[in-house]
Design a protein around this ligand. Sequence first.
Ligand code: G16
Length: 543
Amino acid sequence: MELITVPTQPIEGQKPGTSGLRKKTRVFMGPHYLENYVQSIFDGIGGVVGKSLVIGGDGRYFNDRAIQVILRMAAGNGAAKAIVGRDGILSTPAASHLIRSRGTDGGLILSASHNPGGPEADFGLKYNTPNGGPAPESVTDRIYARTQEIDSYRILESQDVDLSADGMTPLGGLQVEVVDPVASYAELMAELFDFEAIRALFATGFTMRFDAMHAVTGPYALEILEKRLGAASGTVMNGTPLPDFGGGHPDPNPVWAKDLMELMMGPDAPDFGAASDGDGDRNMIVGRGLYVSPSDSLALIAAQAHLAPGYSKGLAGVARSMPTSGAVDRVAAARGLSCHATPTGWKFFGTLLDAGHATLCGEESAGTGSDHVREKDGLWAVLMWLNILAVKEISVAELMEAHWHEFGRNYYSRHDYEDVPAERAAALMDGLRQRLTTLPGQVFEGLTVKQAEQFDYEDPVDGSLAKNQGLVITFDGGSRAVFRLSGTGTEGATLRVYLERLETNSDSLLLDAQIALAPVIGAADEIAEISRWTGRSGPDVIT
Ligand code: G16
């Protein structure tokens, strides 16, 4: 074993986005690319001498090779300990939990989340801080600054570490501890939720399908749902993690989890359906014949979380990303809870959770979670729903209808225009930004613009500023259109248009969302000249 210092030079475009650095797998596999970024992370966090790190990923193509490189570099940089999930596997929430429960100096999570995996698909790497959460911008800015000036990296030349069995292996001065990726996470879930009530629910013949999408949650769901909670064998679909996710797109929404959706809308639908994404932090909730939007799921959980033992004392407050619908705000207002609207990106919830200003957080992009970890947590959301259903003893559809009758319904949909040439997407956003002040009072598709603004955020805890986080057009009557460019794509630009309309008339609570939103959709297109700039007659993905 020999410690070597390899000369290198800055590589263009290593700027971390909403959640770490995401690139084509081939880019990450290119000469010095991964090494440059890992060294920049280590340097950006003040070095790793004597530090401990959690390391694991979602099992996608290159996960295994990349982990060996990271371990050799951790050893080469003087780290004391690496806690690694067996076979290099850790879901994002499980990694967050390990960082917190083992008190490490943070962790490296290898994932491009819901993006497809494989040699021609996507790879990603992010650093999470000692609180278990994604690094805030102050840290990612330092990491990025290092990528701009890096001239060498340190690595130990050695054989691979065997990650297939639990236990301790030395790698130079680094102790590598291989752990069961599921055990400690499953224990945490058993503390938060009423496993006995959920077991009793399954014992009555309650049926469920969980689509793990050949991604990381397979082993977690099998252990928790089938083994510990007694769900019927076969409840977990696509439960074996594969390097290319079986060729699928591990994004739990009605478009990519099509098989599950068809089952849930068909005559043989089980009582409950759910799915999670590549790295296990997103979730989809479906009842028999009813898809629950992530914004509605957040609101429902806010209203019912007290039914789960871990939340029986109530919530300290709630938080949502700005483009997420205002459904949770209505619950918060009714229950006297504080409600925060943050920019898109889970990292913005970190300070609120740490300061105890919020217990529950959620995003329209299928992320829901609480202060139990500092990431969104797919299986947590599923178990929360199961706990609520077990106590309420009614169906998902009945539960949602009762919720809408009590709080009103925020019809909601997101329209995505994918792989738009970056300069055209930027022109659309710039043009709209410049016209914002002219919009109030104008009428589009019968809707009068009440307010048009750029969303800038000042963190109420640490005062940090995040500017230009989306353009928000509010109409008289509570409808809204939000425009934002995705921060997680790896090809071209993705324009996201978030559409919302509040309905409180109890006779109009069960409409199709696209129909209910038709005027807002038309107004958004006209205001932002979407067809003109994207050259498309409609969105690529509607969720
Ligand atoms: C990541 C962040 C989420 C955020 C999402 C936004 O999700 O962790 O908090 O909502 O990106 O994506 P976009 O910028 O494409 O709209 P994930 O699941 O990809 O890590």
